[in-house]
Design a binder for this molecule. Structure first.
Ligand code: SF4
Length: 340
């Protein structure tokens, strides 16, 4: 790791201790915190100097979340923070569609994405052309897209939704059919809860598709009384075994507000790490999966993008796309149940 020699030994030691206090509940050792101390000090210094904020998704690594992030949350919470902040520069430690949503809601701010490789298998499964073709094939059928889509795809849709309000957004249309894209498994989960006919796309989240009902059954056998919290990007066979299913914020709220001692967070590993830090009195058990896209960001890239962003790290959304996509996002925001 790059060293920043202008910090004294005392400053570095203090920072390493600050990090370790937070990260010791996760897989980080004190030595790893020492390695990162110069980076987090430098990022936090430049942030102030440049009037920047760092927004981090819950799936980012704990050194980003507890070392340098100003806000942590799901994509919608972070976009709302992006719109509210007085900072001129937003570093979005997440994936590209999230940074684009932040730019759509805050067009005057500079939005930076540390890793240009931070995509998303759902977002990349569909293009605006694909949506246009679907609209031709199913004329007058409303189109709802999950927030995990590109700005161009959102611009072709009637409404956007999160995992918290997907069902409510679908139900808000006065039509017996709704196109729901791009997540095929989430579409099946919605189909199980609505009388409307759901026409789906073939997108899958590479993380959530991996969970199988047998993982849940094994965890239930091993940890008596464990509560199973499942993200709705998982298959219906997994969702039906859940004590709660929803998005990341709904899962966090459940763990925070229920008195049970053990939970399995059936989602990306970052969420269990976050819970281990924030709810140290509870146990987070079972398996999790890593998102290869979310993990493209790291402290070195955050420092680089803050210091001197390359053109491809600066998120731009053409005005025409932005205005159309914002309409779909506004309908999502107006539809209730956004607590997730
Ligand atoms: S966890 Fe799945 S939905 Fe989220 S960014 Fe990764 S691939 Fe996309």
């Amino acid at each position: 790791m790059e060293k920043h020699s202008f910090y004294s030994e005392k400053e570095l030691e203090k920072e390493a201790q600050r990090l370790y206090e937070k990260l010791k509940k996760t897989h980080f050792s004190l030595d790893e915190c020492k390695e990162r101390a110069a980076l987090t000090l430098e990022i936090n210094r430049i942030k102030k100097e440049k009037n920047a904020v760092i927004l981090a998704h819950s799936y980012q690594t704990p050194d980003i979340i507890y070392g340098v992030a100003d806000f942590v949350g799901d994509s919608l919470e972070l976009s709302r923070q992006a719109a509210k902040t007085k900072a001129e520069i937003i570093v979005f430690a997440g994936v590209k569609f999230m940074a684009e949503t932040a730019k759509i809601l805050s067009p005057k701010k500079t939005v930076l994405l540390p890793s240009v490789q931070a995509g998303c298998s759902l977002s990349e499964s569909i293009t605006a052309e694909d949506v246009k073709k679907m609209k031709k094939q199913f004329p007058n059928v409303p189109v709802v897209c999950y927030i995990n889509t590109s700005a161009e795809v959102k611009a072709e849709c009637d409404a956007c939704c999160t995992s918290a309000n997907a069902l409510q957004v679908v139900e808000s249309f006065d039509s017996d059919k709704v196109i729901f894209l791009p997540d095929e498994l989430m579409a099946q989960n919605i189909q199980n809860q609505t009388k409307k006919k759901i026409i789906s796309w073939k997108g899958l989240c590479v993380v959530h598709k991996e969970f199988k009902a047998k993982d849940i059954e094994e965890t239930k056998k091993r940890f008596s009384g464990v509560k199973i919290l499942v993200h709705t990007e998982c298959s219906p066979s997994v969702v039906t075994l859940a004590d709660f299913s929803g998005g990341t914020s709904g899962m966090i709220n459940y763990a925070k507000t229920h008195l049970d001692e053990s939970f399995m967070m059936v989602t990306e590993c970052g969420l269990s790490d976050r819970m281990k830090v924030e709810l140290p009195e509870k146990n987070f058990v079972g398996t999790c999966e890593l998102c290869p896209f979310m993990k493209k960001n790291n402290l070195e890239l955050i420092l680089q993008v803050l210091k001197e962003p390359r053109e491809e790290q600066i998120i731009e959304v053409p005005k025409e796309i932005r205005i159309k996509a914002k309409k779909a996002i506004d309908r999502m925001i107006k539809t209730k149940n956004l607590s997730d």
